[in-house]
Design a protein around this ligand. Structure first.
Ligand SMILES: Cc1cc2nc3c(=O)[nH]c(=O)nc-3n(C[C@H](O)[C@H](O)[C@H](O)COP(=O)(O)O)c2cc1C
Length: 446
């Protein structure tokens, strides 16, 4: 099984940090979520360190819990494709990963917007394909409740097929712009999609040239049974949340095996778990940083966040927070894998509710390492070498402070040990992460 000796690194881009208490940290910017400079700065830090990409998460709404909403950042921020389009002119090399839901867009919209981002950035776009995860999103699109989990994945599967088909409707060299003859587009190189499926009816063609990368890189984070099957089919980069090395190895092996069974090559599916690094000169200093962030996080925030990520199946406000977490809860229709991951973790560690809601606020169940640069590099290298990861989605607890610590202290250590590169190797995101440029499906048929 061939793979790169160096890890792939992405930055989960926020202006304030991943921790729920980060915006109150004295080092956090005092501006707001709609100041482009506050995103351009961390993006520049990541680009200076040769990270492969920045990633913007997204939800189409605001949680329905005003006590929590009053105390969290993140509800005054940009729509990802819009922000990344602006950042494409402030960066040169770094990949730009936008989250967009297949549940509430139409494929034509997203095919066009993501193709635009790929052209604007000269081949650095990627799409994090999500299926949405809450009723508060559904209620912004005419529905009372989110559609059924498996049904969302069925729609997502067809959605992605349509989007890829739309990206292929013009051959790469269809626009000849021959002033002499007056022919702008060679319409023998134009292919109508004419898709008729269960969820979509899309004729095409798309009114933008084929993206520089053929297709923007496809990112997925499926972790339920339906989700893993989908990730194995379409994910070229697969995000996960997994704090346990053994479970991580299992997930990695399962995903690669499922992808292989579909004829995909191992090095064309990159598994990237999240990591929350909290860096200190000593372990003690790192722990103090975490404690400070925790002291900035109100119980209403912990409860609001935990309610959502445990799948909105239990009223945490009426629960004794010092009681032990039960092994199971009613299965959620939202993010099933995260509910399971958090409950398994609580059972393994014999957590009380108070400990679990704290952990959800700190890391959302991602691997969190609180320690020296060496501790963090050692953990990352171990996870990478033991094939539980091809790289990491770095979720700095604070920005810019925690990101600077990672870039200035952990990245050099990874480089010293030959696990991370020092410069970009290609022009496009595909070239930089070693993913092939997809052929045009209509050319294959010619
Ligand atoms: C690092 C990471 C980032 C994610 N970002 C988003 C996001 O921005 N929006 C969203 O709706 N879901 C997001 N998800 C959730 C996934 O899209 C997916 O729903 C989940 O990981 C697995 O769902 P499943 O258990 O239902 O298969 C993210 C997951 C991970 C691991």
């Amino acid at each position: 099984m061939r793979r790169n000796d160096e890890m792939t690194l992405g930055l989960y881009l926020t202006w304030e940090g991943y921790h729920r208490g980060a915006w109150r940290d004295p080092s956090a910017p005092t501006s707001d979520g709609v100041d482009i400079d506050q995103y351009a700065h961390p993006a520049a830090l990541a680009e200076g360190a040769a990270f492969h990409f920045v990633f913007l998460a997204d939800h189409q709404g605001v949680i329905d819990d005003h006590a929590a909403v009053a105390r969290v950042s993140g509800n005054d921020g940009f729509e990802p494709i819009t922000l990344l389009s602006a950042l494409s002119s402030r960066t040169q090399d770094i990949g730009l990963v936008a989250t967009a839901t297949t549940t509430y867009y139409q494929p034509y919209h997203l095919a066009r917007m993501l193709a635009s981002l790929d052209h604007l950035s000269r081949g650095r776009a990627a799409w994090n394909i999500v299926t949405s995860a809450s009723n508060f999103e559904a209620q912004n699109f005419g529905d009372k409740e989110l559609a059924d989990h498996d049904m969302r994945y069925a729609r997502a599967r067809e959605f992605v097929e349509v989007v890829k088909g739309l990206w292929d409707t013009w051959q790469d060299d269809a626009f000849i712009r021959d002033k002499q003859s007056g022919i702008y587009a060679d319409t023998t190189k134009l292919h109508l999609l004419n898709h008729r499926g269960e969820h979509f009816s899309v004729r095409g063609p798309l009114n933008i040239a084929r993206p520089p990368q053929g297709y923007p890189v496809l990112v997925q984070a499926g972790a339920s049974d339906a989700g893993v099957a989908f990730a194995a089919e379409v994910g070229e980069v697969v995000f996960t949340a997994e704090p346990s090395l053994e479970n991580g190895k299992r997930y990695y092996a399962t995903l690669k095996e499922k992808a292989r069974a579909l004829g995909r090559e191992d090095d064309q599916v990159l598994v990237m778990p999240g990591i929350v690094p909290i860096v200190g000169r000593t372990k003690q200093e790192a722990s103090e940083k975490l404690q400070k962030l925790q002291s900035h996080t109100h119980i209403d925030v912990l409860i609001g966040k935990a309610h959502l990520w445990l799948g909105s199946v239990i009223d945490l406000r009426s629960i004794d927070l010092d009681a032990l977490v039960p092994e199971t809860l009613p299965r959620t229709n939202f993010i099933q894998s995260r509910q399971k991951l958090l409950l398994d973790l609580a059972a393994r560690q014999k957590f009380t509710w108070r400990q679990l809601v704290r952990l959800i606020s700190d890391s959302l169940g991602h691997l969190m390492v609180v320690g020296t640069p060496n501790d963090i590099a050692n953990t990352m290298i171990d996870v990478f070498d033991q094939r539980a990861a091809d790289g990491f989605n770095v979720l700095p607890a604070t920005v810019p402070g925690g990101l600077k610590d990672f870039v200035e202290l952990v990245v050099p250590e990874l480089r010293r040990r030959g696990k991370f590169r020092s410069k970009y190797s290609g022009q496009t995101l595909r070239e930089n992460v070693g993913l092939k440029r997809p052929a045009n499906r209509f050319m294959q048929q010619l």
